[in-house]
Design a protein around this ligand. Sequence first.
Ligand code: AKG
Length: 274
Amino acid sequence: MMRLFKRSVLTDEHRRVWARDGFLILRAFFDHQTVDAVNSEVAGLLRNREAYPDVSVDVLSDANVGKRMKIMDVPEELFSGPIKINDLFLNSDIVRACTLDERLSTILGALLDGDPMVCNSLNFIYGSTQGAHYDSWFMAPPVKDKMVAVSICLDENADDNGPIFLYPGSHTIPPYVFPHGKIAKLDADLGPALRYVEETSRAIEPVTFYGQPGDVLIWHGQVLHGGSPIKNPSRTRRSLVTHYWRAKDYTSSLRTKISKNGYVMKRAHQEAAH
Ligand SMILES: O=C(O)CCC(=O)C(=O)O
């Protein structure tokens, strides 16, 4: 497979940008054949949803925001708006191979100081339109700061299809500690947490990530980010987003080694009401 981005070693400049901003952009990391293979895989799955009874979807469009459903039960019209298809790395060799591409795993290993372990994967067809958030609210890593997320662009990321925005340097803001003493979010305490986020990020100007199919955006699990509003609802922004912890921080019987330097968490699909 021809690859455009040859390096699996971070340069000093990459490390400087990572330390300063908490995110990195690797242009043309995956070739077009790989992008096409993932897009065809997901399109095939969407045409044949009854073959994937375990796969769950989080609906992100206005009226149904926050609803988790089995993919077979999602009304057809919701596939033309923001949704998250959860954890296709559990079903698809093609998706899993991308999440643990050897060069990518090597780079993530350098950023995490340990081999990456996939905790979840999300396939988006449209922009997520998610408000600014910290990923650690949803899956706080076992060791502080040892989580990264990767978005592989499977479409152009432009001004009108809800590109990702990020707050450079927000990974250095001390995280909000919820009343249970942890950084994992408690819905009952979201008001004060959102106020803390607002106050602590006010001085930071968010930046928008624009990318081409095959580009990779990596962000620190403690970087404030989200999805911009979609200005052109007919325009897709397909992407594969994966969240990783370090394999060495997780119980060895609960993880599987997939490649030389990449692991997946041993887990089932998300529960969803039928
Ligand atoms: O792709 C996006 O719009 C944002 C994805 C995201 O925020 C996430 O999965 O944590």
